[in-house]
Design a protein around this ligand. Structure first.
Ligand code: C5P
Length: 404
């Protein structure tokens, strides 16, 4: 919440059935603290009324370049100068073609052309039929608009209003919101490939029972999101948790510590940064039964024996790329007391350049946390905040330490 405080967004609507999603998007932007100025093309007004958009944005909607409400009669200049971004959602194929040529025969296209290129970014959320999306002319336009500096979001895939199925639907409002929030984050990890482990592991006893722990995965998912926001390409190796995958992050679901090790080793070969947030089970049952272990009424209880799981973090930190620093490894320590001393000793024991301590009972399942960063130079506290806010600070600290 409040991710967009202080941001003024011009929300442009062009003609398309996805205009109904723009209403929800407008609300979501305002809920995050943005102010929103809606500008609609004539075509957009066939799909949703300015009355709806005015009520949601709490500002009069603009539609015409001849609108005399502005004292200088230049809405295209005034509205574009005060914006932190122009977001066009939905952006039709026709409107993209128009932008491409720098045409300016309605207020919205006029504003896009008249905006100061360096300070007012243009973001487009395309929405169209799948054949229109795939058409070479449209694909050419998308590529050229990107080359001209616009940010063109992906399209969604699935059922379309026309009854066809394929690529071209506009992203959902929540997805566009996540993209916009990411857009405003500093791009400190461009060119990096980040690997994150998150969540608990599940160690099977038999086909229906197992041992796991209370890790929610929230911290690791927040770090994956923050790394992607910072411009990295991100792989998230996740134990069994029911959290949505952050946008743009490649997720690999695993179950046991051995699965997690295998997936991590595989993806670490291309990674430049590894952040181990997973609460990996220390031990697993030595033999998982093939069939469900039955209670036979005799009162006898099964005797479980355990073997130690491999340490994923130490394995990667001690690999040749980990040792040379090509793979920068970050460990987590969930402690219940003596955070600094325990974190310092874990830094040495795991052989990592950065160790992040937190108090286990105070973080498991929570939306906020407090972190203690420990490295060879000393330590630094990141005071209690939301896990996403802390993840962004941690990513910024990692980016400073991995600068070449
Ligand atoms: O030894 P301990 O479990 O306290 O270490 C915690 C750190 O090591 C975390 O970063 C955790 O993700 C990682 N770890 C691991 N594989 C294990 C145990 C811990 O990667 N088997």
């Amino acid at each position: 919440m409040n991710e967009l405080i202080g941001k003024h967004i011009v929300l442009g609507l062009t003609g398309g059935i996805a205009c109904f999603k723009a209403a929800e998007l407008c609300r979501a932007l305002i809920k995050e603290g943005a102010t929103v100025q809606v500008v609609m093309t004539e075509a957009a007004e066939h799909f949703i009324t300015p009355v709806t958009m005015q009520a949601l944005s709490q500002r009069p909607v603009y539609g015409s370049q001849w609108d005399a409400r502005e004292s200088n009669n230049m809405p295209h200049i005034n509205l574009s100068r005060e914006a932190d971004a122009i977001l066009i959602a939905p952006c039709s194929a026709d409107f993209m073609a128009k932008l491409l040529h720098g045409r300016a025969d309605d207020l919205l296209s006029l504003m896009c052309l008249a905006r100061p290129l360096q300070t007012v970014p243009l973001l487009l959320a395309p929405a169209m039929n799948r054949e229109m999306w795939a058409h070479p002319a449209n694909q050419r336009n998308v590529a050229q608009l990107k080359a001209d500096g616009a940010t063109v979001f992906d399209v969604g895939q699935g059922d379309q209003a026309c009854g066809e199925t394929g690529d071209g639907r506009m992203l959902e409002a929540s997805e566009i919101l996540e993209e916009l929030i990411a857009f405003f984050q500093p791009k400190t990890l461009i060119g990096h490939q980040v690997l994150v482990t998150a969540g608990p592991t599940y160690e099977a006893i038999d086909p229906v029972r197992g041992i796991t722990n209370l890790s929610s995965g929230k911290m690791g998912f927040a770090i994956a999101r923050a790394a992607r926001e910072a411009g990295a390409s991100v792989t998230l190796v996740a134990g069994p948790v029911h959290l949505p995958t952050p946008r743009g992050v490649t997720r690999v679901n695993v179950s046991s510590a051995l699965n997690m090790l295998e997936a991590s080793v595989q993806h670490a070969s291309a990674a430049t940064i590894f952040v181990a947030t997973a609460a990996v089970a220390d031990w697993r049952p030595a033999h998982a039964a093939d069939q469900k272990i039955k209670k036979d009424g005799s009162g006898e209880v099964p005797q479980l024996t355990f073997v130690e799981n491999p340490d994923i973090l130490a394995t990667l930190a001690q690999s040749p790329r980990g040792r040379s620093g090509e793979l920068y490894c970050v460990g987590f320590a969930a402690e219940s007391q003596d955070l600094l001393i325990n974190s310092q000793s874990k830094l040495v024991r795991k052989g990592v350049p950065l160790l992040v301590g937190n108090i286990g009972p105070a973080t498991f399942g929570q939306d906020d946390n407090a972190l203690l960063l420990v490295d060879a130079q000393g330590h630094k506290e990141l005071p209690r905040a939301s896990k996403l806010a802390l993840a962004r600070q941690l990513i910024s600290e990692i980016s400073i330490r991995t600068q070449v």
